[in-house]
Design a protein around this ligand. Sequence first.
Ligand code: FEC
Length: 312
Amino acid sequence: MKTKIGVLVMSYGTPESMDQVEAYYTHIRRGHPPTAEQLAELVGRYEAIVGGVFPLRANTDKQVAALQDTLNRLNAGADREFVCYQGLKHARPFIEDGVAEMAKDGIKDAVGIVLAPHYSVMSIGGYIKRAEAKAQESGIRMSFVHSYHLHPKLIEAFAARVSRKLDQFEEAGAKRNEVKVLFSAHSLPEKILEMGDPYRDQLMETSQAVADKAGVSNWQFTWQSAGRTADPWLGPDILDTLKDLSPEVEDVLVAPVGFVSDHLEVLYDLDIEAKTIAKELDMRLERIESLNTEPLYMEALSDVIMNTWEKR
Ligand code: FEC
């Protein structure tokens, strides 16, 4: 009989329906409900997304299923079987629900991974802390993948997307090396830098590796989606970067390497908000396709999960 290894696949989470947005936002704010104005603003952003109100939910479901298939394809002849469980940070099934489900199925050993490649104590660190606490309570031995921001298959998948979009710019008459490639990721409060957090450095390393692989020299890194709090957040923000680049730069390709899926921060913050500013500045702004269930991404995840399991 094959040994069953649990894989807790963690992701940000999104509401299931409009009437859950308030509870979701309250959870993100660590139990502090948003004001009516803040809530209306977030509801407005979800309503503005084209092609589905909460795309992250279906995308995460598909990623978890594809990961399980990939892991078991790669382990077809082995005496082990990987079983994936979903655990979301801010919505059901919560991280703790995923661990409880594993315990219910009799899983004794597991690996945890987050669908985000870069480590910060404020992001991945938070997921791991919650999963670890619940695993200890449930008697499950768990090891964790902390980051995979330089995995060759992740870099290859991003670089192929950058190259494909640059081809399209060329076909539309632009000069390839005049297209400014903007690598981006979710901003975090500046205080993470004083804590020696690796998040910014890891993002720079991913950006450099993708640029090298795609043969791009005209690039820079910019932040996006900063929270609406009084703390200073890491900048420059993409909207300011676009204003700074104008009018010298006319063609911009955004590569949000901090994200792996189509969701609000990509479909609204880039495809609606950043595109609107770019239009006002007479710039052409395009975005690389999200990874979603890209096979190379699934293989990168499988590889780091198997390595973490073997080294536990
Ligand atoms: O599609 C969706 O429904 C969810 C999209 C979504 C993703 C996402 C990823 C990250 N976040 C990170 C950090 C923060 C910090 C705060 C914060 C706030 C929000 C709010 C929404 C939201 N985030 Fe998010 N994030 C997504 C959505 N995020 C909505 C609340 C309104 C707003 O500020 O826009 C500030 C919390 C606080 O108040 O203290 C910090 C990081 C990531 C990438 C890593 C990951 O996926 O975990 C880091 C997707």
